[in-house]
Design a protein around this ligand. Structure first.
Ligand code: 3PG
Length: 305
C-alpha cells in the first residue's frame, strides 16, 4: 500500500512523524510531498493507493493520473477542494476528518476578534467582549467550540443552523435563530462557519452586513467564497462602524485594505487549523482512516456516497 501525503501548506514536523508511524504500523509506505506544484502532484499520485491532502485542489485530472487510487482523505473539515462527482465516477472514496481541527479554528476566531476590538493594538481605546452579542452561523464542530469559548468571555450567544434542533442549542445555553436576517440583525459579532457550497457561495453581502447593529464585526474563518465581496465593500463604505476580519485574503484584498485600512484584517494563508495540535489530530486521523479504508473498506466519514 502506498499512501501519498501531498500538502501545499505543510503539517508540523511532529505531525508528519506521527502520520508516518501510523502508515508504517499498517505495513504501508508513505510518500511525502510538501509545498509541491501541480506537476509534482500529477507525478507523485501515479502509483498511490491512498491520498491525504489539506485544501489542495483534487480534480478529475489528478484522478485520471492516479490509476491505483482508492481513497482520498481530506485532513480537515471542508472538502470543497475535492471534485466529489469525479471521485465517484472514478470509484474513489472521499472522506474528511470531522472535528479534528475545530478547536484550533475556534481559538483563532477569538484571536482575531480581540485584535479587532482592541483596534489592532494601535494604542487607542478599544472595547470588551463581555455582555456583547455573538451570532454563530452554523452550529457544527467549529461553531460549538466557538460557543464554548464565548461563554468564557461572558458573551450572549445565539446560533443559526437549519440542520440542528433548537433543543440542542438550548442545552448548550445558545439561543436558536432561524434566518440569516435575524442572525445579522441581532448580533454585534457574527462568526461564519458555513461550508462553501453552490447555495452558500456569495451569500453574505450588502443586505446582511447592513442589518448588523452599531459597531458590527463580521468574522470569517469559513471560506472566502461565501462572501459577496462587492456587496460587503459597499456596506463597509456606507457604514463606517462595520469591520471585517477573515482567515484568508479575499480575492479583492488589496482593494479592501486600501479603502478600509484598519477596519479589515486578513491572514495571508488560511491559519485556522495551522497548529501543532490540529495538524497532529487531523493528520493522524487521516492516516488511520486511509489505512482502515484500504485494509477493511472502513468508510464512516465518506462524503461522496
Ligand atoms: C478545514 O476545512 O478543515 C479548515 O479550513 C482547515 O483547512 P487547511 O487544512 O487548509 O488549513
Amino acid at each position: 500500500m502506498k499512501i501519498l501525503v501531498f500538502t501545499e501548506k505543510p503539517f508540523a514536523a511532529a505531525a508528519v512523524k506521527a502520520i508516518e508511524n501510523a502508515i508504517n504500523a499498517a505495513g504501508a509506505e508513505l510518500k511525502l510531498v510538501e509545498r509541491g506544484t501541480r506537476a509534482d502532484l500529477l507525478e507523485a499520485v501515479k502509483d498511490a493507493n491512498g491520498l491525504i491532502v489539506r485544501s489542495d485542489k483534487i480534480d478529475a485530472e489528478v484522478m485520471d493520473a492516479a490509476k491505483d487510487l482508492k481513497v482520498i482523505v481530506r485532513a480537515g473539515a471542508g472538502y470543497d477542494n475535492i471534485d466529489l462527482a469525479a471521485a465517484t465516477a472514478h470509484g474513489i472514496c472521499v472522506m474528511n476528518t470531522p472535528g479534528q481541527n475545530s478547536n484550533a479554528v475556534a481559538e483563532l476566531v477569538f484571536g482575531m476578534v480581540v485584535m479587532m476590538c482592541r483596534n489592532q493594538y494601535n494604542g487607542t481605546s478599544g472595547s470588551e467582549l463581555k455582555d456583547k452579542t455573538l451570532g454563530i452561523y452554523a452550529f457544527g464542530q467549529v461553531g460549538r467550540n466557538v460557543s464554548r469559548i464565548a461563554k468564557g468571555f461572558e458573551m450572549k450567544v445565539s446560533a443559526l443552523d437549519v440542520f440542528v434542533k433548537d433543543e440542542v442549542m438550548e442545552a448548550e445555553g445558545v439561543r436558536p435563530l432561524h434566518t440569516p436576517e435575524e442572525l445579522f440583525a441581532e448580533n454585534q459579532y457574527v462568526s461564519l462557519h458555513i461550508p462553501a457550497t453552490p447555495q452558500t457561495r456569495g451569500s453574505i453581502g450588502y443586505d446582511l452586513a447592513m442589518k448588523m447593529p452599531q459597531n458590527g464585526v463580521l468574522i470569517n474563518t469559513a471560506r472566502k467564497e461565501v462572501i459577496d465581496e462587492e456587496g460587503l465593500m459597499k456596506a463597509l463604505r456606507e457604514r463606517t462602524d462595520l469591520r471585517y476580519v477573515s482567515d484568508i485574503k479575499p480575492d479583492r484584498a488589496e482593494e479592501f485594505e486600501k479603502e478600509f485600512a484598519a477596519r479589515v484584517f486578513f491572514t495571508p494563508k488560511k491559519m485556522g487549523a495551522q497548529t501543532a495540535e490540529a495538524n497532529f489530530n487531523a493528520g493522524v486521523a487521516a492516516a488511520e482512516q486511509t489505512v482502515a479504508y484500504l485494509r477493511d473498506g472502513w468508510n464512516k466519514f465518506q462524503v461522496n456516497k
